[in-house]
Design a protein around this ligand. Sequence first.
Ligand code: CO
Length: 162
Amino acid sequence: MALREIRLDGDPILRKKSKEITKINDRIKTLLDDMVETMNEANGVGLAAPQVGILRRAVVIDVGEGVIKLINPEIIEANGAIIDLEGCLSVPNLNGKVERPEKVKVRFMDNNGDMKIIEATDFFARAICHEIDHLDGILYTDKAIEIFSVEEEEEVEVQEEE
Ligand code: CO
């Protein structure tokens, strides 16, 4: 496994559409392993392949319930709406309020090539939607109704505690 360089907002690769993965070979498996390592090193909860410069539909997520690797993920059902904060490893030092579905049903291929369907709610659903957007060249800042610097947000939290 190896760390990969995380591309930052302004890099044109983040705005391109990623291609479907038709065959799971060693290169894809290595990519997914490297993405997990890179996400963990950066203390992220999700990472999409274009964020490491690879335009393939692959995503890794770990919202505290273990790592999940999603190949060609697709939202097949979405319900509800929640506005909450999110950030992105490609957009450092900012957070934004984004509306996302409360619950999603997602079809994907695992790294053995098996098709699976999972249901996700709340923060897990948010992470999946955020990462799938990356595969279509969309950043959360495109959808955010409000964006803060991380420092501003900490100030707000301190004031609320007083
Ligand atoms: Co992101």
